[in-house]
Write a protein that binds this ligand. Structure first.
Ligand SMILES: Cc1ncc(C[n+]2csc(CCOP(=O)(O)OP(=O)(O)O)c2C)c(N)n1
Length: 606
């Protein structure tokens, strides 16, 4: 890794290395990414696909002050290596660097991001501000074809084409979201890229594109001419052109010299433009090229065999199996927004292709489509990660609950997710859902209760939200243990096990409490209310922001009903929680069994 070492010591070398050396640097960076991700886990395939374009951008633009706004941000590893190589080995580790852009790490990371579809809008806003300040820096939005299909992207393009700000969009097209990109837009891109009309004159087009001199009005004149000459080529980009955004491409996103020349030439075009590049997801690592989906986001793996070292059991797979079982008895639909694999739905989608829809990275659309299906009278599940459910708050309010439609939400990754960090933690869903009338919220505490809750939900005929964490729940937990009559611990959903362990530890010290695991969050279960009537002190433990979670909800219900109890609420603090190992973070924020035990002892003064 000779060149990488040199760049590490002197980033400015990126401006002077020969093309040969830059190509060598690409290989070294690929090797380094594979090495670090094989140890720490991370988003491998997307990063292997974006090495050349990132190096070309750093070569041609001055970063900083020029800025790259990454969409999602999961593909920024080369950028991180170029700008903070010394820290890259700490990727995704607690107190190490994040797997996503983070301005706290470097001024070259502009926004802390992790959700898709935001780059064009934020780049446009940044450009508006910069123009007002008469700042001349270049603003580049970097977006994949998967994220291109997101609704916000279209709102962004619509606005950008209208106000015509000089934002340069790099469309990194690898035909893949996590799975192959779904939807009409994707078919449209694929169709014209593979059409012989486009393929034939591509070299000619690239030659012309390379000849654009790179300054001022001349550029505009010439590019207009190119447009005329290459009309047939521009036609495929007609979609962008009609929106008022210049389109260039498609070009090979791994041909470094070509990328550099073309970027140089479009650099000074003072209009919004799209440069469409074609890349291969997983490029340069045979296992990732063959199975880009598996290596999209992967835990530590063996470089030689491509096998994941520990295959963590998840609730997702279990939920997928439950759905397959229910599908034998009932007819229902399952909808997901580009997360089929993460949600454990691969088998379900294969076995029930006519009952499964992946709508692409389009969570709001997923929810409204589900509301339509429910209106037609058929049961429907929306399977989604907690963090991405946040995108659909208005649809939950307006299209589901207000209409009282019996859509069932399977909310995966509810709680701390660990290495992906603050953009992906699912620690707000109890809070934002409990404010809406006409719905039920559940947090199953064991695999057994998860199964029962999903099965029952089909018959409930009311908007239903079932949240479960990333790490697998225990098989079974006792439904209640009434030992002390004065104090009870209510372990909510994913926190039942840790609360139960704390309960047992206290019991071993002859501190007699009672323990009840809680599944139903809203409305508060009447039976639970009856059970807890006799206790003076109640302790709630949950993996949600404490201030507005289950415990606070219970407090409100007590207050409204004139019930006087002493309540200890254990939950997450009112803050964004960083990345790192999930168990380590649970401990840091007071939710390990040990910390729950300590907190209860403090509360009881024993
Ligand atoms: C709103 C939202 N939904 C889902 C995801 C999960 N997700 C992360 S990356 C990704 C695929 C992105 O595909 P693309 O933009 O084409 O980038 P590529 O990985 O192919 O480079 C998805 C669905 C997300 N980050 N944000």
């Amino acid at each position: 890794m000779k060149l990488l070492q040199e760049i590490k010591n002197d980033y400015s070398l990126i401006k002077t290395l020969s093309i040969e050396q830059l190509n060598q640097l690409c290989s070294e960076i690929r090797e380094f990414i594979i090495e670090v991700v094989s140890k720490n886990g991370g988003h491998l395939s997307s990063n292997l696909g974006s090495v050349e374009i990132t190096i070309a951008l750093h070569r041609v633009f001055n970063i900083p002050p020029d800025k790259i706004i990454w969409d999602v941000g999961h593909q920024c590893y080369t950028h991180k290596i170029l700008t903070r190589c010394n820290q890259f080995e700490t990727l995704r580790k607690y107190k190490g660097i994040s797997g996503f852009p983070n301005p706290k790490e470097s001024q070259t990371d502009i926004f802390l991001v992790g959700h898709a579809g935001t780059s064009i809008s934020s780049a446009t806003g940044l450009k508006i501000g910069n123009d007002f300040k008469e700042s001349k820096e270049h603003i580049i939005a970097f977006i994949g074809d998967g994220s291109l299909t997101n609704g916000i992207t279209f709102e962004g393009l619509n606005f950008l084409g209208d106000i015509k700000k000089n934002v340069k969009i790099i469309l990194n097209d690898n035909k893949m979201s996590i799975s192959p990109t779904k939807g009409a837009i994707s078919y449209y891109l694929t169709k014209f890229i593979t059409s012989p009309l486009v393929n034939k004159p591509k070299e000619e087009f690239v030659e012309i594109l390379k000849k654009i001199p790179s300054i001022g009005k001349e550029v505009l004149k010439l590019t207009k001419e190119i447009e005329k000459k290459t009309k047939f080529l521009i036609v495929p980009g007609v979609f962008f052109e009609k929106l008022g955004i210049r389109y260039f491409g498609p070009i090979d996103g791994h041909d470094l010299p070509q990328l550099i020349e073309i970027l140089e030439n479009i650099k000074e075009i003072n209009e919004p433009l799209v440069l469409h590049i074609i890349t291969k997801k997983g490029k340069g690592y045979s296992f990732a090229e063959k199975e880009p989906e598996k290596f999209h986001s992967i835990g530590p793996f063996d470089i030689k065999t491509g096998e994941e070292i520990i295959r963590q059991k998840t609730n997702s797979k279990f939920v997928g199996q439950i759905l397959e079982e229910i599908a034998k008895k009932f007819e229902f639909f399952v909808i997901t927004a580009a997360m089929e694999k993460g949600l454990g739905l691969e088998n379900f989608s294969k076995n029930y292709p006519d009952r499964f829809f992946d709508v692409g990275i389009a969570e709001s659309n997923a929810v409204i489509v589900a509301s339509g299906i429910a209106k037609s009278g058929l049961p429907v599940f929306v399977a989604i990660y907690s963090t991405f459910l946040q995108r659909t708050y208005d649809q939950i309010f307006h299209d589901i609950c207000l209409q009282n439609l019996p859509v069932i939400f399977l909310i995966d990754r509810a709680g701390l997710v660990g290495e992906d960090g603050p953009t992906h933690n699912g620690i707000f869903d109890i809070s934002f859902l409990r404010t809406i009338p006409n719905l039920k919220i559940y947090a199953p505490y064991s695999l057994e209760s998860l199964k029962k809750t999903i099965e029952n939900a089909i018959n409930e005929k009311i908007p239903t939200f079932i949240r479960y964490p990333r790490d697998i729940l225990p098989e079974k937990i006792d439904e209640q243990i009434i030992e002390g009559s004065n104090i009870v611990i209510l372990g909510v959903g994913s926190m039942s096990l840790n609360s139960f362990i704390a309960f047992q530890k206290l019991k071993n010290e002859n501190i007699n409490l009672s323990f009840i695991p809680v599944n139903q969050i809203k409305p508060i279960d009447e039976e639970l209310m009856k059970k807890i009537e006799k206790f003076d002190k109640i302790i709630t433990v949950e993996e949600n922001i404490r201030l507005c979670g289950f415990g606070s909800y219970l407090l409100g219900v007590f207050s409204d009903n004139g019930i006087k109890k002493e309540l200890l609420r254990i939950g997450l603090p009112d803050t964004f929680i960083e990345h790192g190992d999930r168990n380590l973070l649970l401990d840091k924020y007071g939710l390990s069994s040990e910390k729950i035990y300590e907190k209860i002892k403090e509360f009881l003064n024993v």
